[in-house]
Design a protein around this ligand. Structure first.
Ligand SMILES: Nc1nc2c(ncn2[C@@H]2O[C@H](COP(=O)(O)OP(=O)(O)OP(=O)(O)O)[C@@H](O)[C@H]2O)c(=O)[nH]1
Ligand SMILES: [Mg+2]
Ligand SMILES: [Zn+2]
Length: 360
């Protein structure tokens, strides 16, 4: 196994050159855990050698909030029998959400992913809804990955065409596929969209069939799958870890645990890419800070009246923007507190200096 098999290329090598000089090796995080990160490494010419290693962080080398995520390229070496990670290479894409609840913490679900497959289910309780899909599409555009929507369990759908049309309206400009791991529908198309060497990630609610799709694409059982609950057809959260799988044909597929609820991470404008028709018209409003309520010259209102913008999508956009604005204000508060703290320290420092005290 070589690192190219895990997506390594010349650009990565260039970014890594400085670490290499200092005696570090490159590796890719395939399964992050609590304090232990499973990384894929090169074989070193000896094919009997382990190509995955369990590594720990050095602590000092990485700042807070910079812990490696699934898909990261890291610098590692062995010290006293332990594999340690000292640095994370720049990330090309980041799939993030806000940790559920009242906190304003970020949770990274995967990085350096090329194609983000948003998996929704056409059968059973927690089925696909346009509003739910809009949330996932907002996250997908924000991540920098190319989004693809998978409407899975097409074998259970009553009217797949109607579902597809609803999905097209909720995810304009995004490729949408109807799939079934039972009949094999759509699996060849997923393979076509994700050639070997690229990394694809699968996200969505529990029980929609993310792990089943990975197995279908692989043609063998790689990932655990689980029955949905009888009572309400919801998933049982079978996948508990993010894990990057490498198929024998070289495809790289990141499986993620199903989400109970998706809360967004980003700034106030992060939802705009998922609502291009609203974004475009809002640029034409007379006032730059138009709230699209009763302002004169509001192009969004005109769009709503003329049916260019669906009222449900407009409401959905407002909800997501409100959520993102709240997040932004929380972050501003935090930044302000940190700045105040810094000034207090500087003030204390200068008082000490005036008194001629030694403080180091
Ligand atoms: N009818 C039907 N069932 C499917 C299909 N794909 C998956 N399933 C079933 O759905 C259930 C859940 O599948 P999983 O692959 O475990 O779902 P998941 O999205 O990985 O769920 P979590 O790991 O909990 O997030 C299993 O019982 C699968 O057999 C499909 O295309 N059609
Ligand atoms: Mg799963
Ligand atoms: Zn307006």
């Amino acid at each position: 196994m070589t690192l190219e098999d895990w997506g390594w290329n010349e650009i990565r090598a260039e970014e890594f050159a400085h670490y290499k000089q200092e005696g570090w090796n490159p590796g890719r995080v395939v399964r992050p855990g609590r304090g232990i990160y499973r990384i894929a490494v090169a074989e070193n010419g000896n094919s009997n050698e382990e190509t995955v290693k369990d590594a720990r962080l050095t602590g000092k080398a990485l700042g807070r909030g910079e812990a490696p995520a699934a898909g990261d390229w890291v610098a590692w070496r062995e010290e006293g029998g332990t594999v340690i990670i000292s640095a994370v290479l720049p990330r090309r894409t980041v799939i993030s959400r806000k940790v559920a609840g009242e906190t304003s913490r970020e949770q990274i679900m995967g990085v350096n992913v090329d194609i983000l497959f948003v998996v929704q289910s056409l059968g059973g309780g927690r089925g696909f809804t346009p509003r739910g899909l809009e949330r996932y599409i907002t996250m997908a555009w924000e991540s920098g990955c190319r989004p693809v929507v998978i409407l899975n369990k097409a074998d259970l759908a009553e009217d797949t065409t109607a579902d597809l049309l609803e999905a097209v309206a909720a995810a304009p400009g995004v490729k949408i596929l109807a799939c079934s791991t039972l009949t094999g529908q759509g699996i060849a198309e997923i393979r076509r969209l994700l050639p070997p060497g690229l990394t694809g990630a699968f996200v969505g609610p529990s029980g929609t069939g993310k792990s089943s799709i990975i197995n279908a694409v692989a043609g063998i059982l790689l990932a655990d799958t689980g029955e949905v609950r009888e009572a309400d057809s919801r998933g049982r959260h079978t996948t508990t870890h993010r894990e990057l799988h490498r198929l024998s044909d070289g495809r790289l597929l990141l499986d993620t645990p199903g989400l109970r609820e998706l809360q967004l991470w980003g700034n106030t404008d992060s939802a705009d890419a998922a609502f291009p028709e609203i974004d475009e018209l809002s640029d034409q409003c007379r006032f730059r800070d138009c709230r699209h309520e009763n302002e004169p010259g509001c192009a969004v209102r005109v769009g709503l009246e003329e049916g260019i913008i669906e009222p449900e999508r407009f409401d959905s956009w407002l909800v997501l923007r409100k959520e993102l604005r709240w997040l932004e204000s929380r972050r501003d508060d935090k930044a302000k507190r940190e700045l105040e703290q810094k000034w207090m320290e500087i003030a204390r420092f200068s008082r000490h200096m005036k008194k001629g005290k030694e403080i180091w």
